[in-house]
Design a protein around this ligand. Structure first.
Ligand SMILES: Cc1cc2nc3c(=O)[nH]c(=O)nc-3n(C[C@H](O)[C@H](O)[C@H](O)COP(=O)(O)OP(=O)(O)OC[C@H]3O[C@@H](n4cnc5c(N)ncnc54)[C@H](O)[C@@H]3O)c2cc1C
Length: 289
């Protein structure tokens, strides 16, 4: 398949790029790694009249991880850079664990975290990771910049809180809280496939071992990534023993609303959410440091 005709523009600066996007709105699309946009264009599922290529721009590929662990990831940071970054490996272990589950090495060489999040594929792993980590996303336009909590960013199927003139310029991950641990797990038919169900868990414990906070987030669990507040609350204020794990798993099964596919019925996906919740929470607890 070949895409419908389109114009391809290479802006001279970020300001120029934002001005073009402000002028053309939804008729123009940002081109980052192209790993979702170009297949969609080739299949004629997307027919943008204009592509504004971010790749020639400098200053969008910044990846910094501070001593405390706060990570800032620019719009052109590829998955591969995240996989290879020592700071991410040391401080942002949940993201480091999740990224190799995304697609295949060739796709991770080009694809970007920001492109993934802006695309908002409900089956993707990374929106769930952003929810579990409490990420903030920086939107930029000629009107200025604003920060959006991950919780408010993923609005619906392939729909985010970004306005037509905005660029997702960066993602900021907070430092992991003290005495916390995380785990990412998914079940996919083959390595590199989208998950039938994906779970990202972050657990915080008090010195006496009781749970002080829990964040559980799910991919391929509805029109957009979602948390399971009742399951989280079932863990808080108690030691996480088998009974707590079983209770949280049962509540997680009720919290997800998976679409089903040729590979898995909604009932099977719900079952996976329960099983993965149990395993991810137990693993996160074991990793608390
Ligand atoms: C065979 C295959 C398997 C895959 N498997 C998986 C998988 O298992 N899990 C998974 O999560 N993904 C998977 N993907 C998708 C891949 O992760 C994409 O790279 C990612 O979804 C999009 O990132 P990108 O940089 O390539 O964005 P692009 O394809 O360039 O853009 C995607 C969309 O986001 C917009 N956009 C891009 N950057 C920005 C920005 N900074 N601000 C605002 N809008 C922006 C574009 O205009 C476009 O609408 C797979 C892709 C392929 C081809």
């Amino acid at each position: 398949m070949k895409p419908a005709p389109f114009d391809y523009w290479t802006p001279e600066s970020l300001e120029h790029a934002l001005a073009l996007k402000a002028e053309h709105g939804d008729a123009a699309r940002w081109l980052a790694g192209g790993q979702s946009l170009l297949p969609a264009m080739n299949l004629r599922l997307a027919r943008p009249g204009i592509l504004i290529d971010l790749n020639p721009l400098s200053g969008l590929d910044g990846l910094t991880v501070g001593d405390a662990g706060v990570a800032r990831i620019g719009a052109l940071v590829r998955y591969r850079a995240l996989e290879r970054d020592a700071g991410i490996a040391r401080h942002q272990t949940l993201l480091a664990e999740a990224v190799p589950h995304v697609a295949h090495p060739q796709i991770r060489n080009r694809g970007t975290l920001c492109g993934n999040l802006a695309h908002a594929d409900p089956a993707s792993e990374l929106p769930a990771v952003m929810l579990a980590l409490g990420a903030r996303l920086q939107a930029r336009s000629i009107r200025g910049e604003r920060w959006i909590d991950a919780q408010d960013f993923f609005v619906d199927l392939f729909t985010t809180a970004l306005a037509p003139d905005e660029l997702l310029a960066a993602v900021e991950l907070p430092a992991p809280p003290p005495r916390s641990g995380g785990a990412f797990l998914e079940v996919a038919r083959r390595r590199g496939d989208y998950a039938m169900m994906a779970v990202a868990a972050v657990i915080e414990l008090a010195p006496d071992g009781s749970c002080t906070a829990a964040r559980l987030a799910y991919g391929n669990a509805g029109p957009s990534a979602r948390r399971a507040p009742a399951a989280e609350q079932a863990l808080v204020g108690r030691r996480i023993d088998d009974a707590a794990l079983r209770e949280a798993a049962a509540l997680a099964e009720r919290a997800v609303d998976p679409p089903g596919s040729v590979h898995a019925s909604p009932a099977f996906q719900r079952h996976l959410a329960g099983v993965l919740t149990r395993r991810a929470v137990a693993t996160a607890v074991a990793r608390v440091s």
